[in-house]
Design a protein around this ligand. Structure first.
Ligand code: AMP
Ligand code: MG
Length: 329
């Protein structure tokens, strides 16, 4: 039976104890809900892959709540890493550094590097503080599904499979952290997120490259897998052409589908069933996965439209393209 815990002193202590005992506890962060396990306990980490149905060659991010823990889990903290830690952490950024020997290889899927994040949400930090060990935490969803941004969505995927869920607030950001590889001379963004390459560049005072092709053979297996997908087929429009979107929608209706549009301005679509994707990038990201999980229950085809030229918009687009399994028009 999965326990549903609150942010009381007693429940926080229990959550920390469960993690130290090798159990799985889901908890909120500012990005998405995470599925926490003791990063130093090989068995506990193994059970994370089982609960999620996650391929074992996709490494996990180790969550810490203070700088000292970073020195425990990384074998070397470079000058660049120090700058990122001091300027952008706690925050929605993950850094990849050489791993220390206390981190079992199951955490890093055999890599000699480890991904480290220090979340900024007060609730996440309280939880990590009570665990008092580094905590592996992938998103708390079944592998390939949209990440959970409310505890109710964690319950949907994980009830009966994990020991407890810390029921906190809905996640503010709504998409996962930026993953930054700092193990080479040139910093490399492996996964885009709310922390932009420009922000990183500003802190490091050197050029930062970005992996743009998700199928590229890079050192981050997670970006290759099917991800963020609703249970129903989905298509993504990226130019905002209303006529084109309406034609696509109508052809789906003709084929017998019950589609729904996920667009910035539903009123522009001549009475077709439409839901607002959000007015700002922040709003779109905050509601994105929740929208997909809601709409898959009432419709059998989702047609989303999103265009943005900002860096954050590009990160959102990265998730949407993959939700739609590259079905872009
Ligand atoms: P998720 O758990 O869904 O947030 O995914 C974690 C992301 O971090 C995936 O894209 C992983 O491939 C990536 N990641 C974790 N550890 C490493 C590592 N040691 N090197 C490179 N990427 C990593
Ligand atoms: Mg995930």
């Amino acid at each position: 039976m999965t326990k549903y815990l609150q942010f009381t002193q007693q429940d926080l202590q229990l959550a920390g104890q469960l993690v130290r005992d090798g159990q799985l506890v889901a908890f909120p962060t500012e990005t998405v809900y995470g599925l926490g396990a003791n990063a130093l306990d090989e068995q506990a980490v193994r059970s994370t892959y089982v609960a999620k149905g996650r391929p074992s060659d996709n490494p996990l991010i180790v969550h810490v709540w203070n700088k000292q823990q970073i020195y425990q889990v990384a074998s070397h903290v470079s000058a660049d890493a120090e700058k990122i830690i001091d300027n952008l952490m706690p925050g929605s950024i993950t850094i990849v550094l050489p791993k220390s020997s206390i981190i079992p290889s199951v955490v890093t899927a055999g890599f000699s590097t480890v991904a480290i994040r220090m979340p900024k949400s007060v609730e996440a930090r309280l939880f990590l503080q009570h665990c008092n060990v580094p905590v592996t935490a992938p998103s708390a969803n079944t592998s390939s599904r949209p990440s959970p941004t409310t505890w109710k969505r964690v319950q949907e995927d994980m009830d009966g499979k994990i020991s407890a869920v810390l029921c906190g607030e809905d996640c503010e950001v709504g998409i996962e952290s930026t993953v930054l590889d700092l193990t080479h001379e040139q910093p490399l963004v492996l996964r885009p997120g709310v922390v932009s390459p420009e922000q990183i560049q500003e802190v490091l005072q050197k050029p930062v490259s970005v992996v743009t092709d998700p199928t590229a053979k890079v050192n981050s297996p997670g970006v290759r897998y099917k991800h963020y997908a609703p249970k129903v087929p989905m298509a993504l429009n990226t130019d905002g052409n209303v006529q084109k979107i309406c034609n696509f929608f109508d052809s789906l209706v003709e084929q017998g589908f019950n589609p729904v549009l996920l667009v910035a301005e539903p009123s522009k679509f001549g009475g077709r069933t439409a839901v607002c994707i959000g007015k700002t990038d922040q709003e779109v990201a905050h509601n994105l996965f929740e929208n997909l999980r809601k709409l898959e229950q009432s419709h059998n085809y989702i047609v989303a439209s999103f265009c943005s030229t900002t860096s954050f918009g590009t990160s959102i687009l990265n998730r949407l393209v993959r939700s739609a399994s590259n079905n872009v028009f």
